[in-house]
Design a protein around this ligand. Structure first.
Ligand code: 5GP
Length: 204
């Protein structure tokens, strides 16, 4: 992966609106890393676009073969980022975007180092998050409780991230996301135009 491409790790509670933001990023600039999961697809979710939906047995075999960069088990479901998915992304000249939960994100900080940026998407408040999960219609009373409990735990980690975006308005969230990308690209160690200029002056 070229130095001036970003690895953008996005985390946030389930139902906060990450998918709506990330699945619609311009595909000529952003490569969305598709995770493997053992949970069944929700209405409208496509294999290979939202997730690779595989069985528990297949997932365990992939762990056994050391095919994951990171994986977790949450809500009784396995989620993981396959090494092959990252390799595919690296072969393209695009920013890599990963949508993963907190534990996976902390693992990737040590793996990618300063090449990666970490963005936490937070709900305006927990009531709103609950409303969104209910409206989505994918949760039972039990799983709804679990997701809210986990959301509270995840929110405590938000200050560990490089950026926090409060998703109270999708257009504003998109603007802030692109502003972060633009700012990060201006950092001297990533700014390709700047590096060329320095080279031309023979400073480095
Ligand atoms: P959902 O079931 O709502 O699609 O996702 C539940 C949680 O799993 C979300 O917080 C999502 O970010 C996280 N997740 C999805 N894919 C991965 C992955 O590959 N690794 C990790 N660590 N978390 C993931």
């Amino acid at each position: 992966m070229k130095n001036n491409n970003l690895i953008i790790i996005v985390t946030g509670p389930s139902g906060v609106g990450k998918s709506t933001l990330l699945k619609n990023l311009p595909s000529d600039r952003f490569y969305f890393s598709v995770s493997h999961t053992t949970r069944p697809p929700r209405p409208g979710e496509e294999h290979g676009k939202h997730y690779y939906f595989i069985s528990r047995k297949e997932f365990l075999e992939m762990i056994e073969r050391d095919e994951f960069l990171e994986w977790v088990e949450v809500f009784g479901t396995f989620y993981g980022t396959a090494k092959s998915e990252i390799e595919r992304a690296f072969s393209q000249n695009k920013h890599l975007v990963l949508d993963i939960e907190v534990i996976g994100a902390t693992r990737l900080r040590s793996y990618f180092g300063s090449q990666a940026i970490f963005i936490f998407i937070a709900p305006p408040d927990l009531e709103e998050l609950k409303e969104r999960l209910i409206k989505r219609g994918t949760e039972t009373e039990e799983t709804l409780k679990e997701r809210i409990k986990r959301a509270k735990e995840e929110l405590k980690f938000a200050t560990w991230f490089d950026y926090v975006i409060i998703n109270d308005d999708l257009e504003k969230t998109k603007r802030q996301f692109f502003s972060i990308v633009d700012s990060e690209l201006c950092k001297p160690f990533r700014n390709a135009q700047w590096k060329n200029l320095l080279n031309s002056f023979n400073f480095i």
